[in-house]
Design a protein around this ligand. Structure first.
Ligand code: TYM
Length: 328
């Protein structure tokens, strides 16, 4: 079976972007692939986190994975810090990564440009830890949103670099980025991606938003004055709403355009809000059930870590041996 690896940071409430760009796609991969779905808490501390919030959010992400349809009987759900090999491999890979490669990372460059106060070394080497996550499991495919593509390139460069210096060790992973929904945009500024770090909270929809909040945010979303429901770059707001609508319902964009051909934005927006509400409802309900069963969550992440570590250990052992480290 081919191997899938992906992860989400427990660094804030998850948005509709996280769900449609990543998690929703993971569900259907479970039968065909061997899937590892990780909560990347080591990555999340590159931005200061309140410890008790970090603990809570880590569990929330696990509950959400399952609420979205990730089945722990089929997929390995685990917490990154439970498998120490991630950090160990990332050190080895750090010594093989050029400063120039990390300097080119747009997410890091953005942070410098925005003059963020906490520019720590972890933020800089963040993509190396991500490469370690992926390479440890001999991953074939990495289902992510468009914004992770550049980070993934580093993993694709490091794998052959190690293989060439020592000998065949790592598989070279491929990105898996869906055509529709790989980049859900901000509702207030549809030229930037939807993110929970946006200043205006009307720009994003959280998976935990209640129906009235969702209705309000969609109603206020920025569109244009052309007044036609059309999928085009000229109309980034409408294009984004069409993407969301299509990704949730599975209806083709053209079919939705046809449905709203003679209708105004008001009706389209109202329907889009209902589509989102109905799409998220079962997830919200199951999420609350899982959050009320901490024992079960604990079992899931413990079993997951046991399974993940077995594979991770195997890869790391090879890496250490080839590097010239004497086994204990
Ligand atoms: P994170 O936690 O920022 O986001 C999790 C996933 O959600 C996707 N995503 C979006 N997709 C579409 N539209 C959006 N507006 C949007 N916002 C977020 C992201 O592309 C991602 O797939 N570095 C990663 C976490 C990570 C990882 C990994 C992923 C660490 N190690 C190994 C894959 C493999 C991140 O920060 O994702």
């Amino acid at each position: 079976k081919k191997v899938i690896f992906s992860g989400v940071q427990p660094s804030g409430d998850l948005t509709l972007g996280n769900y449609l760009g990543a998690i929703k796609n993971w569900v259907k991969l479970q039968d065909e692939y061997e899937c590892y779905y990780c909560v990347v808490n080591l990555h999340s501390i590159t931005v200061p986190q309140e410890p008790k919030d970090l603990r809570r959010r880590t569990l929330e992400v696990i509950a959400l994975y399952m609420a979205a349809g990730i089945d722990p009987e089929k997929s390995t759900i685990f917490i990154q810090s439970h498998v120490p090999q991630h950090v160990e491999l990332s050190w080895v890979l750090n010594t093989m990564t050029y400063l120039g490669e990390l300097n080119r990372m747009t997410q890091f460059k953005d942070k410098i440009q925005k003059n963020e106060k906490n520019l720590n070394a972890g933020l800089f080497t963040y993509p190396v830890l991500m490469a370690a996550d992926i390479l440890l499991y001999q991953t074939d495919l990495v289902p992510v949103g468009d914004d992770q593509k550049q980070h993934l390139e580093l993993a694709r460069d490091l794998a052959p670099r190690f293989n060439n210096r020592y000998s065949e060790t790592f598989k070279i992973p491929e990105p898996m980025i869906s055509k529709v929904g790989a980049r859900i945009m901000d509702l207030q500024d549809p030229t930037v991606k939807m993110s929970k770090s946006a200043e205006n909270e009307n720009g994003y929809i959280l998976l935990k938003d209640d129906p009235d909040t969702i209705r309000r945010k969609i109603k206020r979303s920025v569109t244009d004055s052309l007044n036609r429901v059309n999928y085009s770059d000229e109309q980034p707001g409408i294009k984004n709403l069409l993407t969301i609508y299509s990704k949730i319902t599975g209806e083709k964009i053209e079919a939705i355009e046809a449905k709203y051909k003679d209708k105004g934005y008001k009706e389209f927006k109202a329907d889009t809000a209902e589509v989102i509400i109905e799409g998220l409802r079962p997830i919200r309900e199951k999420y609350l059930q899982y959050m009320n069963d901490k024992k079960y969550l604990e079992k899931v992440y413990k079993d997951g870590a046991d399974k993940a570590e077995k594979t991770a250990r195997k890869t790391l052992r090879k890496v250490y041996k080839k590097t010239g480290f004497i086994p204990r």
